[in-house]
Ligand binder design. Structure first.
Ligand code: ADE
Ligand code: ZN
Length: 338
């Protein structure tokens, strides 16, 4: 089977399930917003900021990322950020995006949740109308902060009702086991929200198990370390628990040395519902098409591997059944045209 062309990969209809909107803050935009808002960042220019992007691990990235998010202040800042992402996503043929944001990153520096949600919502509504991009918003609790802080954040978020499709858990993974957040996840589930959690990115397979057995999440974000536990792999496959894998992120944060070393192809061979996503594309060297092209070339995926990845993402999404059927049909038309 011939290798899919770059054009074929770019034109493939895509579903993005693991994207932090704060991670789409491009360096030029970060510095422009900081200047406009009178915020002093530790990087005087784009060159010095880009030098800070040589990450040793997840924490070294998060330190830069949280600092950079300080540039975001107003409704317009959040709207412009999300609109820029939606335009890039549409250019990569992303048709549906489930978008994370970190309420605490903003509320803890005095930005009201309304400001964040109003800005993001305005852009996502425009993207639906003008770009045909459907979307969902998923606030995440910051795992380096306390479970009590997560509970307070949940109560703040609840006011927005079904504006949010679900809740997630992100930030530093080492020594922050998912079970710490059992109560807030139980509350969210009792209120009818879907839930997801970052687990098994840097943390051990035991954290994936905890996310399943204690938090009862619908999807695992990253999850690539599951292969260290064959019983866990069997269970993830049998229960069709999706993994939102982020290839370029994993290389930039040193989870894998190179794309050729990434275990995505093994995850697919094990029958897992693995998907490809961009995580924090402004920091990790590319949006959805760049991630798909990297794995297509680096892991020598053929069209059937790409179709499996696309189908997995539709299955894993929280979109309504009718929308999922549309997304799957668009995907099949693209592959039938080869
Ligand atoms: N927040 C933004 N990107 C993240 C990642 N890759 N892991 C954990 N938390 C994050
Ligand atoms: Zn992430």
């Amino acid at each position: 089977m011939p290798s899919p062309s770059d054009e074929f990969v770019r034109a493939m209809p895509k579903v993005e399930l693991h994207l932090h909107i704060e991670g789409t803050l491009e360096p030029e935009v970060m510095l422009t917003l900081a200047a406009r808002n009178g915020i002093t960042l530790p990087w005087p220019d784009v060159a010095s900021l880009r030098r800070a992007y040589a990450f040793a691990d997840l924490q070294s990235f998060l330190d830069v990322y949280y600092c950079g998010a300080g540039a975001l202040q107003t409704v317009d800042d959040f709207r412009d950020l999300a609109w820029a992402y939606c335009q890039r996503a549409a250019a990569d043929n992303v048709r549906h995006a489930e978008i994370f944001f970190d309420p605490q990153t903003h509320t803890d520096r005095g930005i009201a949740l309304e400001v964040v949600v109003e800005g993001l919502t305005a852009a996502l509504d425009d993207a639906q109308a003008q770009l045909g991009l459907s979307s969902a918003l998923i606030p995440c609790f910051l795992r380096h902060l306390s479970p009590e802080a997560a509970l307070a954040t949940y109560e703040d978020c609840r006011r927005f009702g079904d504006r949010f499709a679900g809740f997630g858990l992100d930030s530093s993974e080492r020594d922050r086991p998912p079970r710490l957040f059992a109560e807030v996840f139980a509350r969210a589930r009792a209120d009818g929200y879907r839930t997801v959690a970052h687990a098994g990115e840097e943390g051990p397979p035991a954290y994936i198990l905890e996310a399943l057995d204690v938090l009862h999440v619908d999807r695992i974000d990253h999850g690539v370390r599951c292969l260290e536990d064959p019983m866990l792999v069997e269970r993830l496959a049998a229960q069709r628990i999706p993994l939102t894998v982020c290839p370029l992120s994993n290389v930039r944060l040193r989870v894998f040395d190179t794309i050729a070393d990434h275990n995505l192809a093994e995850l697919l061979r094990a029958g897992l519902v693995a998907t490809v996503n961009s995580d924090d594309p402004a920091y990790f060297g590319g949006y959805m098409s760049a991630n798909f092209l990297a794995v297509t070339r680096g892991l020598d995926l053929d069209a059937s591997g790409l179709l499996t990845l696309g189908t997995n993402a539709v299955e894993a999404s929280f979109a309504q059944p009718l929308r999922k059927a549309e997304l799957q049909a668009q995907l099949e038309i693209h592959f039938a045209e080869t």
